[in-house]
Design a binder for this molecule. Structure first.
Ligand SMILES: *Cc1c(COP(=O)(O)O)cnc(C)c1O
Length: 240
């Protein structure tokens, strides 16, 4: 269904108001606003350029495959959810950044596919800074070994970190997690000039994340409203 002019205008105003809040939290720093588009139709995704958003992220390869042909090719596609090795081949020629690498084996599989396709793929390492048992991500002490292993690979380029905070309204808890991720990020950034992306912050905690140094926020609900047929409280419950 085509969006009406009035709907597009309302969307534009919502994004404008959101950006004002995010800009304040970023304190004048540049950051990327990525639209988390799981469950959204290609028609909705295609409204993003008209509100100044150039990046979108999908969680499930299968869902992306079903809508990709209808998605505006100028939009930049990110893989933001857990990625299974057998799905890498479907995204490798299209993805601009894979956010959630937390194991050496996964990085090796990405490296192998990238080589086969004659390219070098940008990845982020996901760190479980809050040490939550139910979450993906490498534990803080495993980060350096994982980074060093990936740095040896010819067809992946590690560009930074991704981190998710606890799902809690307690701001101090969330802030401490982002601060931890920021400090891990800076240690590696100090020795690697390509290590420049810190992907943290979702709808409920994007401002805190930007205050704590995020360079990329991933927003679904605050752009599109609550997702239907999806448990909004457990992001990582959305798996293949
Ligand atoms: C869904 C999702 C988001 C966005 O979540 P909202 O709370 O709707 O903003 C961000 N990151 C990942 C990995 C997601 O799966």
């Amino acid at each position: 269904m085509e969006a009406t002019e009035r709907e597009i205008e309302a969307f534009r105003e919502r994004v404008q108001a959101l950006r004002e809040k995010l800009d304040r939290a970023a304190g004048g720093r540049e950051y990327t606003l990525l639209a988390a588009t799981k469950t959204q139709s290609a028609e909705v995704i295609n409204l993003l350029p008209s509100v100044g958003i150039a990046d979108y992220g999908e969680n499930r390869v299968q869902e992306w495959l079903e809508k990709r042909e209808k998605i505006n090719q100028s939009l930049r596609f990110h893989q933001i959810g857990r990625l299974q090795s057998n799905k890498i081949k479907y995204i490798i020629d299209h993805v601009v950044l894979i956010h959630s690498v937390d194991k050496r084996e996964l990085a090796q599989d990405i490296d192998k596919q990238a080589k086969k396709h004659g390219k070098c793929v940008d990845i982020l390492l996901e760190v479980n800074a809050a040490r939550e048992a139910q979450k993906g991500g490498v534990a803080p002490e495993g980060l350096l070994p994982l980074y060093e292993a990936c740095a040896q690979m010819e067809n992946v380029r590690v560009r930074g970190l991704m981190c998710m905070a606890q799902n809690t309204p307690e701001e101090s808890v969330v802030r401490a997690t982002f601060r931890k991720a920021r400090s891990l990020f800076e240690e590696l950034a100090a020795q690697d000039p390509q290590f420049t992306i810190l992907s943290m912050g979702m709808s409920q905690d994007a401002c805190i994340a930007l205050e704590e140094g995020s360079t990329l926020v991933r927003l679904g609900t605050s752009l599109f409203g609550r997702r239907a047929g999806y448990d909004n409280t457990v992001t990582e419950g959305y798996k293949e």
